[in-house]
Design a protein around this ligand. Structure first.
Ligand code: NIG
Ligand code: FE
Length: 413
């Protein structure tokens, strides 16, 4: 996330007299099993930052005397947690789908609207029409919402261009906004390829878009689902993407178990995301693999769909992460604190498991767990001060203004 014109981080910053500090305890990511819920809590705590890095955390009573060329931030009544990491968003879109939302409220289903060229394709029309400058403006607005809610690191996908020009414009806009771009060329089949079909569209993507997309994006993603892309086209697309050095992600098991988990494991994907339809075999397979299951409870809630099996996955030992899926159709929601609430109330996770899932495990999905997602020396000074003397208000305060102060790279934003 960029902040043009912002002041540099102070040389040294002490956040002092915090009611609590909470951080995932273990360093090795992704955390799973007992380590998923292992959160270290320090009562009466401080965090010391040197420019954009954390250099020390501890209890106030152990704080050694410090030189006085130090900026201080009063943490009384507040609790520090790591800056939140949103590893699955579609935040780079133009327009909205409030009309579709109203239609769904009176009974239309998301899949019906999609099949009738509404849904994703209506955002494709708006995004193509916006032009790159318009897209940058829309994304900046969305990013400001995310930041206000405590997200200091975010991924965003293309997938609303579905042609060469707009897919690449989306990826550039995401980079320019400080996000981590994922190429989702295979989000759905665009109108130009309705007659030719998904295989012909994948041929086009691989020949015409992948070479340039691979220079901007860090990962590739595909919507493997009935009505979108099948296993064979997905394998071909993902193998070609992997050949250019991109990490692999999949949208899978959102409406049906169409083969996403076996393919993700076969290809060594970083993650498979959604999982609202995953049954016992998928849970067991995922738990035995290194693929992270990214749970998106806002989209299940927003579409009135079953929740993904969060507790069953955690108990089976799967590596899980939580994300917003922020997009105009299935999850118009930028708030990771709200996702933590849903994780605890709907998915059966503890506040500790939820915190780990949207910090260090989400950072692992984005290949940044060595620097992001924990409050410990050497990590980036990305910090959220929760507006409560118990950090678990992160999940407890349903839809509340949880983030009192947000720091990114050692600077209050
Ligand atoms: O993750 N399911 C596919 N893609 C998005 C929704 C995109 C949209 O509706 O615009 C998702 O839910
Ligand atoms: Fe998504």
């Amino acid at each position: 996330m960029s902040s043009p014109g912002a002041d540099p981080a102070p040389a040294r910053l002490l956040i002092r007299d915090l009611a609590q500090l909470a951080t995932p305890e273990r360093r090795t990511a992704p955390l799973r099993g007992a380590a998923l819920g292992a959160v270290k809590v320090i009562e009466g705590a401080y965090v010391l930052c040197d420019q954009e890095r954390i250099i020390d955390v501890g209890a106030m009573r152990d704080l050694a005397p410090l030189a006085d060329d130090l900026e201080e931030l009063d943490g009384r009544g507040l609790s520090a947690i790591p800056g939140l990491v949103d590893c699955h968003t579609h935040a780079c879109f133009a327009g909205d789908r409030v009309g579709e939302f109203a239609l769904r409220a009176s009974g239309a289903s998301y899949e019906e609207l999609h099949a009738a060229s509404g849904g994703i394709l209506s955002t494709v029309r708006a995004t193509r029409d916006a032009g790159e400058a318009g897209l940058v403006r829309a994304l900046e607005r969305h990013v400001s919402w995310m930041l206000r809610a405590g997200t200091t690191t975010f991924e965003a996908k293309s997938g609303y261009g579905l042609n060469r020009e707009t897919e690449l414009a989306q990826l550039r806009a995401i980079r320019a906004a400080g996000g981590i771009p994922t190429w989702l060329g295979a989000h759905t089949v665009p109108p130009e390829f309705t007659d030719a079909g998904p295989a012909a569209y994948v041929d086009f993507l691989l020949a015409e878009v992948l070479p340039d997309a691979a220079r901007i994006a860090e990962a590739a993603d595909i919507f493997l689902e009935r009505g979108a892309f099948g296993v064979e086209d997905s394998r071909r697309y993902l193998e070609a993407c992997r050949g250019t050095g991109l990490e692999l992600r999949l949208h899978g098991d959102q409406f049906s178990e169409a083969g996403a988990i076996p393919l993700a494991i076969e290809l060594g994907a970083r993650s498979v995301d959604h999982l609202e339809s995953t049954g016992p075999d998928g849970i067991a397979a995922l738990a035995a693999s290194d693929v992270v299951g990214v749970l998106l409870p806002a989209s299940a809630l927003f579409l009135g769909r079953p929740m993904p099996p969060g507790r069953a996955l955690a108990e089976a030992g799967a590596a899980i992460a939580l994300a917003t899926d922020f997009n105009p159709g299935s999850a118009f929601c930028e708030s990771l604190p709200l996702i933590c609430s849903l994780a605890c109330t709907q998915l059966g996770l503890s506040p500790e498991q939820a915190l780990t899932a949207c910090t260090v495990n989400a950072a692992h999905v984005l290949a940044r767990a060595d620097r992001k997602g924990r409050l410990a020396p050497g990590y980036d000074a990305d910090i959220v001060l929760v507006d409560a003397d118990d950090w678990r208000h992160l999940a407890y305060h349903l839809g509340g203004p949880v983030a009192h102060t947000v720091l990114r790279a050692g600077r209050v934003v």
